[in-house]
Design a binder for this molecule. Structure first.
Ligand code: NAD
Length: 332
């Protein structure tokens, strides 16, 4: 049996990545949609053969509770809307996948985690890289100390943003700027290479070189984590220029991915040569991985759960506090 997934929000990521990936998945299928735009509903029903009974809008969404075709609700909305729809999906008795960042605040993460727990449903974050072979390889190289202990990491993700009127540039909807959007990958990278939780953070905002564009959110920022082993990481995120790199320097060598966080193919090398791994569709691998675990009736691996999403949201908030105060923030 394939689990039925309903996508909530039919924007860029749903349309261009998730729906096409769901044509390749083995353990799940695109069964329903939730959209505020009737024209999109018609287009998607025709394109993906979705029955009218599996199409919802944001108001009648709660009726999804009565629809046995839908096993998983996948929330792909602007960040500020994640909490409401995850909670409603759980209350409708569905498992939930929610896009990153899980929410804007830790309190919202708790609401989502508690709603899923109360409904006895599982909550996964859209952390597709945890099912991606190049990423799994650098997790292994770092966590198993294949090149000796990791000493320092450079982990950065940024791009030049287009349309300045989009929700990503609005603090209330996005929670912040590039840190919330792609800086979260740099945070994850440092955490999954070391396999450790940072104990303190310092951070800096850049000056705004395009102040009319970046009225509400940061343009570029950097931060540094210290880890219990003594390892240190340095990261930059930006909406004004591109970077996409995860590099680890170890006692006896180094390894890196660049590109490290995009939709692939990712590329990697070590001080001993290239990293060779199968190239997979990230979104299909992620949704199949989550669905297989649910079909097997098992708990999701900790590193893609709501708890993991909350750990990152806590760190994002600490990075902002460190940059705003100019102080070292203790994370212990
Ligand atoms: P998008 O702007 O393309 O799509 C957002 C959708 O939400 C649109 O269909 C829009 O109509 C709908 N929406 C409903 N109410 C809205 C409102 N009040 N304002 C704006 N839009 C509203 O965004 P996206 O790029 O698809 O991102 C959606 C989510 O997916 C975000 O949380 C983002 O961080 C995440 N995302 C994750 C990845 C990944 O690789 N995991 C990649 C891209 C986006």
């Amino acid at each position: 049996r394939k689990l039925g997934i309903a996508l909530v929000g039919l924007g860029y990521y749903s349309k261009n990545l998730l729906a096409p990936a769901l044509q390749q998945t083995q353990h799940c299928r695109l069964a329903g949609i939730v959209t505020g735009t009737p024209a999109k509903a018609d287009e998607w029903m025709a394109k993906y053969n979705i029955p009218k009974a599996n199409v919802y809008d944001y108001k009648n969404f709660d009726r999804i509770a009565d629809n046995p075709d839908i096993d998983i609700v996948y929330v792909v909305l602007p960040n500020s809307m994640h909490t409401e729809f995850v909670v409603r999906a759980a209350q409708a008795g569905k498992h939930v996948i929610c896009e990153k960042p899980l929410a804007i605040t830790e309190a919202e993460c708790d609401q989502m985690i508690n709603a899923c727990r109360k409904a006895n449903k599982q909550l996964a974050v859209g952390y597709r890289l945890h099912y991606e072979p190049f990423t799994q390889e650098v997790m292994r190289l770092g966590q198993q100390k294949v090149f000796g202990a990791v000493k320092f990491i450079e982990s950065s993700d940024g791009f030049r943003i287009g349309d300045p009127s989009q929700w990503r540039m609005k603090k209330a909807m996005a929670g912040g700027g590039p840190l919330m959007d792609v800086g979260i990958y740099a945070v994850q990278g440092a955490r999954y290479v070391t396999g450790e939780e940072p104990i303190s953070v310092t951070a800096q905002f850049s000056a705004k070189t395009e102040p009319q564009k970046f009225k509400e959110v940061e343009e570029t920022m950097s931060w540094q984590f210290r880890f219990p082993s003594g390892a240190m990481s340095n990261s930059t995120t930006s909406y004004t220029a591109g970077v996409e790199r995860l590099y680890a320097s170890c006692e006896k060598g180094w390894f890196e991915l660049s590109p490290a966080f995009g939709y692939g193919p990712l590329k990697g090398r070590t001080s001993k040569g290239p990293i060779e791994m199968p190239v997979v569709n990230h979104q299909a691998a992620h949704m199949d991985g989550v669905s297989k675990t649910l079909l097997d009736g098992k708990p999701l691996p900790d590193h893609i759960t709501g708890e993991e999403g909350k750990r990152d949201v806590r760190l994002l908030q600490a990075i902002y506090r460190a940059a705003e105060t100019g102080r070292t923030i203790n994370l212990k």
